[in-house]
Design a protein around this ligand. Structure first.
Ligand code: FAD
Length: 175
């Protein structure tokens, strides 16, 4: 079989459209963030999520054994995504204090996690976090598809007496 070409693998993986998150963590020298789209749900009981982090990322070692927050970006936060991917933007960063990790204001969803486990994944490490606090709200999400940022528009809810809108009120497990 032919060896897999890295460029073609990246291009192929780019066909899988995703949301965009910024993972935030308290490092020894202050808050740190990095843009991550290799984020997925793992388990409901216990509540686990996963992020896959390049071993060459500065935040890679910082994340080992530390609580982190997954900030799911809204469609108007593209510049935040670019900034935390290393493309410096002259913007004010909406840092907020979380329960176990720093977080970013304006995200459409947020999960704060305690470290649960980490697994070897080639040139990446898979960090699993146990969700200990969460919030979400209405809004369009930022997406990433074929190396481009896109808007993921919120679907309209078809109103009926039986329709339950879980986003009717912003949910905040902090309250
Ligand atoms: C759409 C997208 C998805 C990605 N998905 C992944 C992924 O799933 N996994 C992965 O490993 N990489 C992913 N990356 C690449 C990753 O975001 C970059 O490689 C990132 O720069 C690596 O960050 P780092 O830990 O090396 O941190 P740095 O390069 O140190 O930080 C990233 C940027 O954030 C800024 N920054 C960090 N903390 C602060 C702060 N406190 N105040 C101000 N600025 C700060 C830095 O100045 C730097 O410009 C993705 C990139 C994009 C664009």
């Amino acid at each position: 079989m032919r060896a897999i070409d890295t460029y073609q693998l990246r291009t192929c993986l780019g066909c899988f459209g995703t949301g965009v998150t910024v993972v935030t963590v308290d490092a020894e020298d202050g808050r740190r963030g990095l843009t991550v789209n290799a984020f997925t749900s793992v388990s409901l009981e216990p509540p686990l999520v996963l992020i896959s982090i390049n071993k060459r990322a500065r935040s890679h070692d910082t994340l080992a054994g530390r609580p982190f927050a997954v900030n799911v970006l809204s469609s108007d936060q593209e510049r935040l995504a670019r900034h935390f991917a290393g493309d410096h933007q002259d913007i004010e960063l909406p840092w907020e204090e979380g329960q176990v990790a720093p977080r970013l204001g304006g995200a459409i969803a947020l999960m704060e996690c305690r470290p649960w486990g980490s697994y070897e994944g080639g040139d990446h490490t898979l960090y699993l976090g146990e969700v200990v606090a969460l919030s979400y709200r209405h809004g369009d999400a930022l997406g990433y598809f074929r190396s481009r940022f896109v808007r993921l528009s919120e679907p309209a809810l078809v109103a009926s007496p039986h329709t339950h809108d879980p986003f009717e009120l912003p949910y905040d497990a902090y309250e």
